[in-house]
Each structure stands twice: as C-alpha cells, then as structure tokens.
Design a protein around this ligand. Structure first.
Ligand code: NAD
Length: 376
C-alpha cells in the first residue's frame, strides 16, 4: 500500500501530515511512504530526513497523487481555497484521502470528492471516546493552539507574567482570565500558570470546574444554569441570546480586572457565541490583551477581526487563525502520531479495510462508493 504526503497548499500552512520518524513504523505495517519534495520543509523536516527513513521523495505533485493509494493531508483540498481546489483533478477513483475536511463548514467538498470516486475520512468526525483519543487531531491541535495563544498574549502584554520581588520593587503577577475550558482553554490555563500568572477561568459546563482547579486556577462561578448548557458528547450546546446576555453581564467585572483575556468558547457546528462586547473591552485597562481563539468561528469578542490584530482604547485584540501551524514542528509530530494510530487501526496486512459499522471509522467516512455519508 502506497501512502502519499503532498505539500499543504492552505495559505500560510506550515505543517506536514506525516513526519519522517513515522515512515519506518508505517513500513512495518505494510505501507510505503512517498513524499512531495519540500512537504516537510516548513515544519523543519527536509527531504533528506524522509529519505533517511526509507521514504521516496517525488518532485511532481500530480505524479505523487497518481502513485499513491492513500493521500495524507492536513487540509484536504487546501481547506477549500482556490489553489487547494486544483487537487480535485489529481485525486483518482478508488483512492482514499485522510485529513481535515471541514465537513460542517464546507460540506460541498464531500460531494465533489464523492463524484471523483474518492473515499474520504474527515478527522474532525472522530468520535470523542477514550478508545479513539490517540487518533484525535482536534485535541492535539487545540493543545498546541491553547499554548501558543498564551505565548502570543504574553509577548504583546506590556507587563511580565510572574510576580517578582526585586531591588527595584515588587512586580505583581499578571491576571489572566480564560473563557471556555475545553482542550485549548485548559492548555491556556496550564501555560499561563507555568509563566506565573494568576489565572481564573469560566466554562458553561460545570463539570470543568474540577479540571480548572487542578491546574491551579480559580473557577469563576456565575449564577447561570450551566447544567443545561452541556449537550451530547460532552460538548456545549447553543444557548439563547438571553443566556449569553446574562453571561456577558456577569463576566464584565472579571474581564475588566484582567490583564489578559483568552477566549476559546466554541459550539461545534455553530458560530462562536459573542461573550465580550465592545463596552466590556472599553472597561479593560489600557495595555490589556484579548486573544480570541474562537476567531476561526467568528470570534467570542465583538471587536475581533479574524486573522488581524486591532487596538481599541489601548486594548489589543488578537484574532489569530490556524495557530497550530505556527508551532509547525510539534503540531506535525502530534498530527502524524494521530494519523499513524488511525492507519494502524484501518490497515490490516497492508490493505485498507473499511467497516462502515465501526464506531470510530464509520462516522468519519464521509464519502464512499460515490455517495456522501453525513449526519452519522
Ligand atoms: P470546543 O472547542 O467545542 O469548545 C471549547 C469550550 O468552550 C468547551 O469547553 C465549551 O464548553 C466552552 N463553551 C461553549 N460555550 C461557552 C460559553 N458560552 N461560555 C463559556 N464556555 C463556553 O470543545 P473541546 O475543547 O473540543 O472539548 C469539548 C469536550 O470534549 C470536553 O468535554 C472535552 O473533555 C471533551 N473531549 C473528549 C475527548 C475524548 O474523550 N477523546 C477528547 C477531546 C475532548
């Protein structure tokens, strides 16, 4: 079975879907790896490193696609941007593609892949059950993004994070407020704590309180009916505007008292709720930072401009996109490890075996035999 790793074409993307140390591991499971020339360069993995591990490097993208049975990508079809769509011509019938497909944001992609006769697995649709955790790229990438968000905020803040007692006086620690304590939020809390900040956090899911406290942060208690906000699979569900209005009102003082606000609140398949208004930003001290990890889904702050940095009343609002790509090496290492585990799960004796009733691969398979399979 031949596995191909093309260069990522999504604008600014620096990750690669498979790193060289995975090549011998896949070989043991009956898979040969072919890599497009330069695929790992931006993540710190030169072509020679792939060759040293037994992979072949191919200069031509089209030839790579026609040579392989399985294509491994970070963004399938380049995340649906113009140059990525050029890949549609390159996939061939009977081929399998595995990667991030944005099945909820760009459902039309699946139709186009089905029409090409491609079998596609969307990594976003991996069920979040313990058994599947080693294959969970959303968790890996959110971990990286949560860390990087705090590093960005620390860099932009005109203060230091830790308390310091010096001959020039005592420096008080920075105050960080994390809104949304899922995977990224918990990593943001841990990173801010490691840098010495005093950290508070809030999530609509009350179950998170214990996890927040175990990281040394204070859980902000808001008198909201959080229990009703937890939906299927441990995710938050969309609440009505009155709920969000009360949440904003209750969070206003905590936001105003914080040097850094890191927002990570997301509801799968919906626009991110607006939890910090313009008026709330105006009450923050000049020099404060708001880093909006929900920028991809529209943002948790009303003033966020996705992909941009804006300054309002001396407050800097960062709206970073695709943050995991900034830590390209470790993000690629984690992504590859998840993919390796997935491949070992589906490939038996050098052949990809598909069981549509399998609780892990069944829901992830979005196109099969020319059909789009969704809503499972
Ligand atoms: P996510 O990215 O969808 O959302 C981030 C966080 O925002 C969530 O914690 C959510 O509750 C919170 N949020 C939503 N609306 C909010 C609001 N109005 N105010 C404050 N917070 C709000 O979530 P995620 O990080 O992908 O993880 C969500 C859940 O999945 C968690 O329970 C996590 O433990 C679980 N999970 C399980 C596995 C597994 O078992 N394999 C893997 C990863 C995550």
């Amino acid at each position: 079975m031949i596995v191909g790793v093309p260069i990522e074409t999504y604008a600014g993307e620096r990750r690669v879907a498979l790193v060289p140390p995975m090549v011998p591991t896949l070989a043991k499971a009956g898979m040969q790896v072919r890599v497009q020339q330069g695929a790992g360069t931006e993540a710190g993995f030169p072509d020679a490193a792939y060759e040293a591990q037994g992979a072949s490097v191919m200069p031509d993208r089209g030839e790579l696609f026609s040579a392989c049975d399985v294509v491994l990508q970070v963004h399938v079809l380049g995340g649906d941007h113009d140059s990525g769509r050029a890949d549609l011509e390159l996939y061939r019938a009977g081929q399998t593609v595995i990667g991030l497909l944005n099945p909820l944001g760009a459902p039309a992609l699946a139709r186009e892949l089905a029409d090409r006769g491609v079998m596609a697995f969307a990594l976003e649709l991996l069920p979040r059950i313990s058994r599947a955790q080693p294959m969970d790229v959303l968790t890996s990438m959110a971990t990286v993004a949560g860390y990087k968000a705090v590093v960005l905020a620390a860099d932009a803040l005109p203060k230091m994070f830790p308390m310091m007692i010096t001959a020039a006086g005592t420096i008080t620690p920075a105050r960080v407020f994390v809104v949304g304590a899922g995977v990224a939020g918990l990593q943001a809390i841990a990173t801010a704590r490691r840098l010495g900040a005093v950290v508070q956090a809030y999530d609509v899911r009350p179950a998170v309180k214990e996890q927040v406290e175990s990281l040394g942060a204070r859980f902000v208690e808001l008198a909201l009916e959080g229990a009703r906000a937890e939906g299927a699979g441990g995710y938050a569900q969309v609440m009505d505007e009155e709920f969000y209005r009360r949440q904003r009102e209750m969070m206003t003082q905590v936001v105003a008292d914080s040097d850094v606000v890191a927002t990570t609140a997301a509801v799968p398949g919906s626009r991110s709720p607006v939890l910090v208004t313009k008026e709330m930003v105006e009450q923050m001290r000049p020099g404060s930072i708001l880093v909006d990890l929900a920028a991809e889904g529209g943002g948790n702050c009303a003033l966020t401009r996705p992909g941009e940095t804006v300054r309002v009343h001396g407050v800097t609002i960062l709206g970073p996109l695709n943050l995991a790509s900034d830590i390209s090496q470790h993000a690629s290492v984690m992504y590859s490890k998840n993919l390796q585990t997935f491949l070992e799960y589906v490939v038996k004796d050098g052949q990809l075996t598909l069981d549509l009733d399998d609780p892990i691969t069944g829901p992830m398979c979005v196109t099969h035999a020319g059909q789009v399979r969704t809503g499972r």
